[in-house]
Design a protein around this ligand. Sequence first.
Ligand SMILES: Cc1cc2nc3c(=O)[nH]c(=O)nc-3n(C[C@H](O)[C@H](O)[C@H](O)COP(=O)(O)OP(=O)(O)OC[C@H]3O[C@@H](n4cnc5c(N)ncnc54)[C@H](O)[C@@H]3O)c2cc1C
Length: 556
Amino acid sequence: MPNEHFISVSDAAAMQPDYIVVGGGPGGCVMASRLSEDPQTKVLLVEAGRDSDNFRVRWPFGTAFMVTNPKWDWGWETLPDASMEGRDVMWSSGKTLGGSSSINGQVFMRGLKSDFDLWGEAVGGNGDWSYDDLLPYFIKAENYNGPASAVRGRGGPVNVVEVEEKHPIAEAFVKIGEDMGYERTDFNGEQPIGFGHTQANQKDGMRFTAYDAYIRPNLRRPNLGVLINHRAARVLFDGNRAIGIEVVSPDGTHTSLTAGREVIVSSGTAGTTNLLMKSGVGPRQMLEKAGVQVQVDAPALGHNLQEHPGFSVSRFIKGAWSFNKAQVRPDLAARYLFRLLSSKHDGPFAGPAILSMGYAHTTPDRSGPPELQLHFMPFAYRLRPGDKSPVKAEIPKRSAVLFMATLTKPHARGTISIADNDPLGRPVISHQLLADERDLQHLVSGAKILTEMFTSPHVAPYVVGQCNPAVDPADDAGWVDYVRRNSYTAYHMCGSARMGQRNDPEAVVDPELRLIGADGLRIVDASVFPVIPSSNTFLPVVAVAEKAADIVRQGR
Ligand SMILES: Cc1cc2nc3c(=O)[nH]c(=O)nc-3n(C[C@H](O)[C@H](O)[C@H](O)COP(=O)(O)OP(=O)(O)OC[C@H]3O[C@@H](n4cnc5c(N)ncnc54)[C@H](O)[C@@H]3O)c2cc1C
């Protein structure tokens, strides 16, 4: 889409919008799109990053070229994590229209009913955030090409496909799950616990972002303005009422933009928390220490930070394709690219990196929700000490695949804070992902499950050797060490501005997602999740924002 569809900062200032939405990720795209459906309502969407009309974004495998690249990724670095051998890692986050949906893995997954029933309990009161309250929005959001069902949607903005590229080990992975006693399942269906092939937000073999779904088709609305390459440096307050934002242009000029009704902050978990803190919203003492004048004392902002820790176990293979091989065989890479660009839009480069998945329990008692999400990728890497991201890890040059386990419901919690009052400075992210013994034990069980899965007759014929670990640890202590050295996140940070009742000391926003202690400011992104869902987080953000847009339109 050519740049004439985006507005200049002077036009944005002249626009006098009713709502300013800060951040063009999934939360922000849904809000700007739904609120501007009413032609009488003027909406300005402000994105710090660039236009996402780029082949790297469209190409599913483009993730590998954008993650950790500062042109596309905020690349938030954490403090050293004592629970992971003191490693400081990079928490990636998309910096472009579409937000992280423009650089992510495109796995399209809702999470479990129990996840959102837990939200209902955590929010309390008549919070309306249980599974039954969110289900209509999951259905409304999607345009699913698979079998019709009462809980699946057609005709919604987000295009969802059953991934066509059937890698033989992806199918083997699902069969192993069936041998373990799990059903072959639709992860977004009535009964998502089980194993199955991935569904992806894609169209014609290409990534389909939140921007593609919600904003691109609506760029011609006269009441919707989209300002890119402008970072909000702070939210402007008049007393305790948010009245607008100050943005920084690429040339360093600062401009104030005012909102007639509300500022909606959708800058992603780290981005939102950082922006609000730099604007004087947050725990009083911490703000004062950082030299920021307090506007709204929000004691819980920055608490409750959650991520899915996980790690992989990998094997060298023969008889099936692997991205590792394409790395050293330009002829293979060219062939895959040709298939992607052909009229069929198929081949290895057309799929998401995760081709099949499963939910698994770590004990024989399967009555509760599963503790692990398992993933298959036709690719393997080895994290070395000092590697801040799997994208920067050692990539073996032989064909290899990995099985990955991530924790569905980690107990550990981290924090986001600020250390200075530089509006363009970075947040301080502190988390000990494996500090809780229960989490560690589930992951150690996961390591043994993955290792056992590789011995299944469904996959054994492909396996020719161990990749990572090179030799299996002899005992639990060895596995604990392996998990600590090899864990990373699943890129699902959330929870630092959690929703709850106004008298809940740990709540930052109320059940209508309004900042407690201020007027005119709402938060709509992954930061409001009270508890991390068991699944990937793109779709839960979309559903939250769809519901939030209804709340705003109802005048609540
Ligand atoms: C590498 C990666 C892989 C992932 N894989 C998957 C997956 O396969 N499936 C899945 O479901 N989920 C996945 N996720 C997670 C999912 O993409 C996120 O949970 C989701 O995008 C979060 O949406 P959000 O609206 O909360 O924030 P974000 O997506 O982070 O969007 C926030 C937006 O705000 C902008 N912004 C930030 N600060 C400012 C500011 N001050 N001024 C203006 N704009 C600002 C950012 O540039 C960004 O565009 C992945 C994430 C990453 C990073």
